[in-house]
Design a binder for this molecule. Sequence first.
Ligand code: NAP
Length: 339
Amino acid sequence: MSIGFCDIIHMVMNMSNKYNWAVLGCGNIANDFACEMNKMGGKVYSVANRTYEKAVNFAQKYNVEKVYENIDDIFTDNNVDVVYIATPHNKHIEYILKSLENGKHVLCEKAITLNSDELNKAVELADENNLILAEAMTIYNMPLYTELEKIINSGKLGKLRLAQVNFGSFKEYDMTNRFFNMDLAGGALLDIGVYALSCVRMFMTECPDNIQSQVKFAETGADEQSNIILKNSKEELASVTLSLHAKQPKRATICYDKGYIEIFEYPRADKATIYYTEDNRTEEITAGKLEDALCYEIKNMENAIENGKNTMRLQYTIDVMNIMTELRKQWNMKYPEEK
Ligand SMILES: NC(=O)c1ccc[n+]([C@@H]2O[C@H](COP(=O)([O-])OP(=O)(O)OC[C@H]3O[C@@H](n4cnc5c(N)ncnc54)[C@H](OP(=O)(O)O)[C@@H]3O)[C@@H](O)[C@H]2O)c1
């Protein structure tokens, strides 16, 4: 029997029985995560959720060994190696700290925390305890970006000049849903802006220190739309346009001396086009597969744990959180937890 390319990829990815993963939360993304884990031939070891019955159903659906009645039981289970946190952003810091205090590695959904103070505390604790802390940011793990990095580092595109990155979703003006709800850490910046800014940070050769913006708030006080302009000390510029009430293409255009890179659906992309301006040539770059986005995260996290080295681009997470914290300071926008 011949072995296909996809079989080989899945065999390479099949590392998920090495560590006992506990999943905290049973919503949309937690379901995707468990499904991907099963696809890789592994399984989630344990699960906990605010609503216990949902955790029981989740365990049945994904063949999970253990269900806890209380979320805190995750942290005291000696068999758990790594906790995947998939609750709303304002609950992340509590669970991150409890995991790290109890010797567990952490992969936490985006946005990893509400602000830089929270993240700094978590990073310090992870360092003290020699644990891997990472944000589940698909952009940092998709193979496409590794391929693009190689091309950029070869110098054939010249220097980076500017980046333009959009993200817009149309959400109904239902002020009770999480997108506009300040009690659930709503707003475009933490929900979708984190993708756009992570994309920008990946390409900028230095963290931007000049941060300017315009914002429009929803009735609830959550940021509904914004334009963000960034510059770093190398004079690289970036502009980011976000909206929770107007659909936009998720497009990243990264412009260099000798051409530009265009990526559609950049949060989970497997292809990009490079336009070379000197000879009007175009080049299609493809790497990885969209549908394996979470597999790459799991695999990279397991590699980082195995090697005892945080290779999960945590510094980019820190830089992006600093930018978002500065923007909300400019906007005088505070979540209830911050008052
Ligand atoms: N990486 C990605 O592609 C991606 C995609 C979507 C979302 N996310 C991120 O993942 C996180 C979850 O998003 P989601 O779309 O999966 O949300 P969701 O479907 O609404 O699920 C939220 C989960 O969190 C639990 N929860 C809600 N409030 C809680 C509280 N106060 N205390 C403890 N648990 C609570 C819910 O428990 P109940 O069952 O009791 O309600 C549910 O299990 C967010 O941070 C989001 O930004 C990432």
